[in-house]
Design a protein around this ligand. Structure first.
Ligand code: CMX
Length: 133
């Protein structure tokens, strides 16, 4: 697990936050994508060697909606790029990390993903992601 592929930030609305981050990062949002399975709308920005993903909830009971209700807008997860997600999941599971998915699932931006429960990672929600080739 070496490269930080992206940092996910929970926001109330993309309408407000996309222009804010365009101003902040001095770069245009290069992609927006709805991920139905996660009940989110996403917007992506390049930031040096990594990316910023803004996450807006599209359902009241989504993970992002619950997060914002409890903690407010802010950093939601850090995503690490891996070469072989299934092997990495197996390794981390054997090392005692709590995986939130049994199998990789489809995420935004052409990735398969898996989350690690923040309770097993010092309070930080970690995403593993692998590019779909
Ligand atoms: N970062 C750190 N801690 C978090 C967190 C986050 N993003 N989300 C929840 N927590 C904390 C809660 O505050 C709670 O803490 P306390 O026990 O101290 O109160 C703890 O984790 C467990 O919360 P919970 O009530 O058991 O579970 P939730 O229903 O809040 O679910 C989680 C938490 C992480 C299991 C759930 O959000 C999840 O499965 N996340 C993975 C999927 C996801 O986040 N999808 C959205 C992004 C999709 C994308 O990137 O495309």
């Amino acid at each position: 697990m070496i490269k930080v592929e992206h940092i996910g930030i929970a926001v109330k609305t993309l309408t407000d936050s996309v222009p804010l981050f365009e101003k902040l990062l001095k770069s245009q949002c290069y992609k927006t994508e709805m991920v139905d399975s996660e009940m989110v709308n996403t917007a992506f920005f390049k930031a040096g060697d990594t990316k910023i993903e803004l996450l807006e909830s599209i359902e009241d009971n989504s993970a992002i909606s619950k997060f914002i209700e409890k903690k407010g807008e802010g950093v939601h997860h850090i995503a690490f790029e891996v070469e072989n997600i299934e092997a990495e999941m197996e390794k981390l599971r054997n090392e005692g990390f709590l995986l939130l998915n049994d199998k990789p699932k489809k995420g935004a931006d052409n990735k398969i993903i898996c989350f690690l429960h923040p309770k097993s990672t010092n309070g930080v929600l970690i995403e593993l992601c692998q590019s779909i080739k």
